[in-house]
Ligand binder design. Sequence first.
Ligand code: PLP
Ligand code: SF4
Length: 346
Amino acid sequence: MTADIIPHTSIEAHQPSWQEELAAAIRNPAELLERLEINPTQLDASPVAQQAWSLRVPLPYVQRMKKGDIDDPLLKQVLPLGAEMLTAPGFSSDPLGEEDANPIPGVVHKYHGRALLIISPACAIHCRYCFRRHFPYEDNTLGRKEWQTALDYLARDESISEVIYSGGDPLAANDNFLLWITEQIAAIPHIKRLRIHTRLPLVIPSRIDPGCLHWMTATRLKVVMVWHINHPNEIDQAVSQAAQRLKRHGIELLNQSVLLHQINDSSATLVALSEQLFETGIMPYYIHRLDKVAGAAHFNVSDAKIQQLQRELLTLLPGYLVPKFVYEQAAAPSKQPLSLLIKADS
Ligand SMILES: *Cc1c(COP(=O)(O)O)cnc(C)c1O
Ligand code: SF4
C-alpha cells in the first residue's frame, strides 16, 4: 500500500485516500455495533465466527446502514454470527472445485475463452456468504516472476480472448501493479477484453481515482467492470458518482448479486435494486444462487422461492432489467441457468 505518498496540504480540506479508508475499515464487531447504536445482546454476534473469518467493513459502507436496525440488509452481509458455526449437508469449503481448476498459481481457467486472474488476495469488505472464505489464498500471492508464468500461460492459449481480474478484490492491488499487469496483458494479441470483478468501488467509492482511471483507459483492451451489489440501500450518491466517472471514461458497467435469505429475497427489493442500478448506469447481469460454502447455510434461499422470484421479476420489470438467474456447478463449462436446475430437481 502506498498511503504515505498522498500529499497532505490542508488538514481541513483533506479527503481521505482510498488506502486510508481501507486502513480505517472497522474490524471489531463491538465497535461496529456501538456505531450503529445496537445493543450486542440483541444479536448472536460470535467471537468464534469472528476468529474464523474476521469482520472487515469500510466506513463509507457502514454509513449506509440504518442505526438501531438489527435487520439492516448491509449489516447482515458483514457481521460474524453464531449461525456460521453450524454445519449443513451439502455445504463444503471448496464448493466450486476451484482448487482443481487452478493449473498455475494465480490463474483459474474453467470456461472457454475466459481466464480469471487472482490479482489480489485481499478484500476491502468481508462478506459472510463468500465462497472464497476458505480459498487457499497464500498459495496465490505471486511475485513478478510467478506473474510471468501466469502471463506465459495466457499468451500460449490463443482461445483466451478475455481476462478477468478477480481475487479477493483486484482493486485492493495498487495502481502501479495494475498498470504493469494490464500492459503485459494488452501485449498479448489474442486478448480483447479485460473484465474487473470488484466490490471496492461500492464500499470505498474514492477507489475510482485518477490513478485507477489511468490504467483502465491507457489500454487498447475493452474494459468491463462487474460490480457486486445485493441491495438498493448499498447505492448512495458517492457510489453513483464513482459509476459516472467510470462511464465517462467508456467503461461498461454490469452488476452481479447473490440471493441472500432475508436480505434481498423479495421481488420488491430486487425490482428496486434493478431500477436503482439502471439509474446509476449499471446494467443487471447475474443473480447467483448462493454457493454452498460451509458457514453460509443460513443465507440460503430455497429453489422454489428462487423460481417464484424469477417469475415475479419477469412480470414486474422490462426484460433488460431482469438479471440472469444462475448457479455455479463444479466442473460445468459455464454458469448454469437456474430454470434448468429446477426442472432437473423436480
Ligand atoms: C464466473 C466465472 C467466469 C465468468 O463467467 P461469465 O459467464 O462469462 O460471466 C469465468 N471464470 C470463472 C472461473 C468464473 O467463476
Ligand atoms: S471476494 Fe467479493 S464477495 Fe468475497 S469477501 Fe471479497 S468482496 Fe466479498
